[in-house]
Structure formats: C-alpha cells, structure tokens
Design a protein around this ligand. Structure first.
Ligand code: CMC
Length: 392
C-alpha cells in the first residue's frame, strides 16, 4: 500500500504548515508571529502574547482589554470541580490533576464537543481554558498542602491573580510583589509556543480526530509531563539538589551524563532542534540573576547551575554533540526564588504553553487539516496458523 519512509521520532518530517512560530535551531532564533522572542519577553505581557499567538496580530488596547476582561470573567470553576479535587490524594502530582480536570471541562461544557461549533463558541472555550487553568493549577497546589482554596480575584491581572490564589493565606495579608509578577510574565511568555514539539504535536494529532479543545489540550498536558519534555524543569531542580547534597562536584555529574552505561542525562541540556544556544535559555539565565538580586536571594543552587553549565560547555562530549542549556535549565531557579514548589514547575510550563496549544489547535481546524495517521514499517511475523493451546 504505497511507499513508507521511516523517520523515528519525526526528526525530519514536517507534519503541517504553520504560520505561528518560526524557529531556526542552527542560528538559535525564535519568533512568535514574526516578533523576536527577546522583544516580547522584554516588552510584552503574557495575555498580550496569548492574543498574538491565537489571533495572529498584536491587539489594540481595546482588543486587549476585551480579551483580558473575557478571561477574567471565566476564572471561577464550577463548584462541582471542587468535589473532583477532594477525590485526589494529597500526594497526587499536580500534572495528573491538571490533565484530568482540563478533560473534565468537557462534562461541564458539552457544546465544546461539537466539531461544527461556531467561532463564538470556540472563543468562549478558549477564554474558559486560559482562565480556568490558573485556578485549577493554584488549587492543585493548595490541595497538596492541605490549605484552604482561594477563589480568583477579578480585580487582579492574570499573573497577580494566579500568585494570589497560590500563596495567599486567610490569616495573612497578601502583598503582590511587582518583581515576581514581572518574572512570571516573562517565564510564561518564553514558554508560550515552540512549534511542533511533542506536546503540541500531541494536541494537533488528538485534535485532528475532531476531538474537543479540552480533550486535545488535556492530552498535551500529559505529553508535556514527560521528563524528556516539560518534566525536565522539575528534574533539573532535583538534579541540582542532588549535586548539592553530593558535595557540589559538578564535573562528576558531567562525567556521569557522558557515561553511556549510565542512563543519567544532564537535565536541561540538549534539544532536538537547537544546535546552538536556546534563545529562551539566554533570556532566562539573565532573568534568574536579576530576579534573585531584586528579591535579595542568594541561592547556592544558582552557583551550582552556573558551574555545571560551564563544565558541560567546555567538555568535548557536549561540544561535539552541540548540546547547550535549554529553556528548562535556569527556569527552576526563578520558580524557586518566587516560591513555586518543585512539583509545580511543569504546571507552570503548561500554563505558559497553553496559548500555543490553543493557537495550533485552532489553526489546524481552520486549515481543515486531515486526520493525523502515521504509517509504519511492519517487522513482525508475516503469517502463521493458529495453534490450539494444548499444542503450544
Ligand atoms: N546529557 C547527555 N547526553 C545527551 C544529552 C544530555 N542531556 N542530550 C543528548 N545527549 C546525547 C545523546 O546521548 C546522543 O549521544 P550519541 O550520539 O552518542 O548517542 C546525542 O547527544 C544526541 O541526542 P539524542 O537523544 O539523539 O537527541 P534527541 O533530539 O533525540 O533528544 C532531548 C533531545 C531534549 C530529548 C535530549 O537532549 C535530552 O534528553 N535532554 C535532557 C532532557 C531535557 O532537558 N529535556 C528538555 C528539552 S527542551 C524543553 C522541552 O521540550 O520541554
């Protein structure tokens, strides 16, 4: 049935045409809708970037205000969602809770299942998802530590409201720190899209069967959770802590990562597409320095990360293979500085990546792409006769 080309891991297969994100891995260039990532990280905010990715151009002030208002309007989740939270043990990983609860939105908004839904209905689901992901994420943390849940505050901007829901405690006054809000905006922007990575391809593949936005994004969350993908940010932090406990000998850990008999890899290093510095890592590295200074934090793990990076970048193994720090290498240092617990790092990645997933799902629908259905090279038995169990 035709000629099949094998490309394990899709290293060289273009699965779609897309007008959302431009990525040049050799040169280390990343642009959303043509705008360089460093300009967006410096000058924009997360909701503006979300609008840009989803609708294709930077919004006017009125468009942005309307978009932000629509999202604020939907931050509450149905009270019955709280009951689902109650069913999870406090030890549940927040990524599992996140994917389950995003999928559960199909039950609360059944019109989202209609493949022929109007653009207005699609927009409504987009607003709901961007709004509710922050409430679900913050509540999954509060649930894990056994604290009372904070209801969203509509007088706050997107990032401030998330921080409030994460950290406010009924008996204490919660002050929003502008340094922390700005750091969070920057991190979410840097994670917002990255063309056809594993989770985005998952969202597109699931969506190509005309599955709902919630169902498709829920699948994307599970893909992102993997330690080779978004889960790497949690692994980086755990690796840095392990190095610290081990006496801080970074060269020893670089050697361990080179050892082919050891399955350990230097987490936060290497990338399928970047064979140069990941432009996001450059920005995050500087931001980590700035945020720690602004908050007056002296984190010994930052020093370990810097030493580890230096040791790897000067090692022929990493040089020959063009392995550079990726987006996950320094992001955890900032998350830690702003009080985000390690288990929540990948959830923050998911919140950042959400506009990208939505934009890609919407683009695929609008372009009426066919169902995704890769082929294979069959390597099994050609044909054999069934043998009764007593003769085997
Ligand atoms: N430590 C040690 N060796 C590595 C590493 C690493 N972090 N990354 C790649 N290599 C080696 C690999 O062993 C292989 O060596 P050889 O040619 O001798 O067999 C060579 O470099 C090429 O690696 P690959 O596994 O064929 O490359 P890939 O494109 O399939 O994998 C990757 C890319 C990101 C999964 C991989 O670099 C990796 O596992 N990195 C660590 C996990 C990580 O940081 N993931 C986050 C990725 S960026 C953000 C995101 O997507 O979420």
């Amino acid at each position: 049935t035709g000629y099949v080309t094998l490309d394990s891991g899709y290293k060289n297969t273009g699965a779609t045409k897309s007008a959302i994100t431009f990525l040049d891995g050799e040169e280390g260039i990343l642009r959303y809708r043509g705008y360089p990532i460093d300009q967006l990280a410096e000058k924009s905010n997360f909701l503006e970037v979300a609008y840009l990715l989803i609708y294709g151009s930077l919004p006017t002030q009125t468009e942005l205000d309307t978009f932000a208002h629509q999202i604020t309007n939907h931050t509450l989740v149905h009270e019955d969602v709280r009951k689902i939270f109650d069913g999870f043990p406090s030890t549940a990983h927040p990524m599992g809770i996140l994917s389950s609860l995003i999928c559960s939105l199909t039950a609360f908004y059944p019109k989202s299942l209609d493949p022929n839904q109007s653009p207005e209905e699609t927009n409504l689901n987009i607003f709901r998802l961007i709004a509710k992901i922050s409430t679900i994420a913050a509540w999954s943390y509060k649930n894990s530590v056994g604290h009372p849940l904070n209801y969203p505050r509509n007088d706050l901007d997107y990032c401030s409201n998330f921080l409030y829901m994460m950290f406010a405690f009924p008996t204490e006054k919660y002050e929003i720190n502008p340094v922390v809000v700005s750091a969070l905006n920057k991190l979410l922007i840097l994670h917002a899209d990255h063309e056809q990575n594993c989770s985005t391809s998952t969202v597109r593949l699931v969506g190509s069967a005309n599955a709902s936005l919630y169902g498709s994004v829920s699948a994307g969350v599970n893909a992102l959770w993997g330690p080779l993908h978004g889960g790497a940010n949690q692994e980086v932090m755990e690796m840095l802590e392990a190095i610290q406990q081990d006496g801080g000998n970074t060269q020893k850990w670089v050697d361990k990562a080179k050892d082919k008999d050891d399955s350990f890899r230097l987490m936060g290093f290497g990338h399928r597409v970047y064979k140069n510095f990941d432009p996001r890592a450059k920005i995050i590295k500087k931001a980590a320095d700035d945020v720690l200074k602004a908050l007056g934090i002296d984190d010994p793990l930052l020093k370990i990360a810097q030493e580890l990076e230096q040791a790897a970048l000067t090692d022929p193994y990493f040089v020959e293979r063009k392995l550079y720090p990726n987006v996950d290498f320094y992001s955890g240092i900032i998350y830690r500085a702003i009080g985000i617990p390690t288990e929540m790092f990948t959830v923050l990645f998911a919140m950042g990546r959400l506009p990208g997933w939505i934009a890609q799902w919407k683009e695929m629908r609008e372009n009426k792409e066919p169902i995704g259905r890769p082929r294979q090279i069959y390597t099994g038995e050609l044909e054999r006769d069934y043998v009764g169990i007593e003769q085997r």
